[in-house]
Design a protein around this ligand. Structure first.
Ligand code: G3P
Ligand code: MG
Length: 375
């Protein structure tokens, strides 16, 4: 039995005793309080995938959460700061890459909470920036007048003096709509959403500064800053390259530094994504819905989780978020992504450190089945 399973049993043994003594002293405990119910939140980049390649035995680890018929047995979801595709498309992509069925409700991305801003901006002209299909992401949430920064920029002649030198430019955003140039040039942009990692930083910083300095009308006079939202504030993250890559948080620092040098007022913005506590609260609510809809053995009828496992690779984002969220979150740090240390992270130590997500799932299933056998 590998060291993890021993740890799992030992850690449980200590708890076994307390659990047994508790059940002995309160033998009439209600069934709910005896039921072990748990859910799992998986970070994606650096835990499940490196770029688009599975890592750490992730396909096999995830398959253990389904029964022989392929139905979901253990409620889990992906809790990623990444994004750029509608949740339905990302779910199909994950299903393809991992060989298991992932439903859209199991994909919570950095920009997923943007859907809550539809009431405020649903009918306003808003721009959506970042790789993939940012405008499709937003229109899927119900935003009726959203335009990608790619398309928006294309209506302004000479807005990007470097454009002629960008031989790589293609019409990336599938969300092409024919709009009247007059309307675009005269409608104020009411909000800018950085949905996913920006591709062309020079153009995006230039055009966002134009929008944010002029009350949403590039090329016109200075005006009140429109709202600015970021899907996450990750300084860096792990992909297939051996060392971390700059994330959306690095882009935000670049935009903010430049904006604050050229404008009289400081840039105002809101960043979503892990480690914000509301992201973990939302993940718990989504896991409850998933558990209810799959009526899994791990959550028969009880509407609360005894344990929620967060498996992440970035101590400052994933582990910090789970620690701040507190009970019932249990944080597990893998060594396949940003964190590569031997021991634990000094500033944001996880409850458990493992090499791979496969080990993490093995630990969880061992620990939870031991709990189950005590009830
Ligand atoms: O753009 C992705 C990056 O910000 C981190 O993604 O899956 O590690 O939260 P993830
Ligand atoms: Mg990660």
């Amino acid at each position: 039995m590998n060291h993890l399973r021993i740890f799992a049993r030992n850690s449980l043994r200590r708890r076994d005793f307390s659990l047994r003594s508790t059940s002995r002293s309160f033998c009439n405990l209600s069934p709910e309080s005896n039921r072990s119910s748990y859910g799992i939140a998986f970070d994606i980049d650096g835990v499940i995938l490196l770029g688009s390649s599975p890592v750490g035995g992730s396909p096999g680890a995830l398959r253990r959460l389904y029964d022989d018929s392929g139905a979901l047995k253990i409620p889990f979801l992906f809790l990623t700061n990444g994004g750029g595709l509608p949740e339905s498309k990302r779910a199909s992509e994950m299903s393809q890459l991992l060989g298991v069925h992932v439903s859209p409700s199991q994909v919570v991305q950095g920009h997923s909470p943007f859907r809550k801003l539809v009431n405020r901006f649903g009918n306003e002209l808003v721009v959506a920036a970042g790789k993939g299909e940012p405008a499709s992401v937003m229109s899927n949430y119900g935003f009726k007048n959203v335009i990608s920064l790619d398309e928006y920029s294309s209506y302004f002649d000479n807005i990007d003096p470097l454009a002629p030198y960008k031989k790589w430019m293609t019409g990336q955003d599938g969300h092409k709509e024919t709009r009247s140039r007059t309307n675009i040039l005269s409608d104020r942009v009411q909000a800018a959403f950085i949905v996913s990692d920006p591709v062309d930083w020079s153009r995006d910083i230039q055009v966002l500064c134009d929008i944010l300095r002029t009350g949403g009308l590039p090329g016109k006079e200075i005006g009140p800053q429109p709202h600015l939202y970021f899907a996450n504030d990750d300084l860096d993250y792990q992909t297939a390259f051996p060392t971390e890559r700059l994330g959306m948080g690095a882009f935000r620092i670049a935009l903010e530094s430049i904006f604050n040098r050229i404008h009289d007022e400081l840039l105002e913005y809101t960043s979503f994504g892990k480690p914000n506590p509301f992201v973990f609260k939302n993940a718990e609510d989504v896991l409850k819905e998933i558990a209810a809809s799959t009526r899994t053995h791990s959550n028969q009828g009880s509407n609360h989780f005894r344990t929620l496992y967060m498996i992440g690779d970035n101590p400052k984002i994933d582990i910090r978020g789970a620690r701040q969220a507190g009970n019932p979150w249990f944080s597990i740090l893998t060594r396949t992504g940003v964190f590569k240390g031997k021991d634990n992270h000094a500033e944001f130590p996880a409850d458990l450190v493992v090499d791979t997500v496969e080990e993490a799932v093995d630990f969880i299933l061992t620990r939870e089945s031991a709990k189950q056998s005590l009830l």
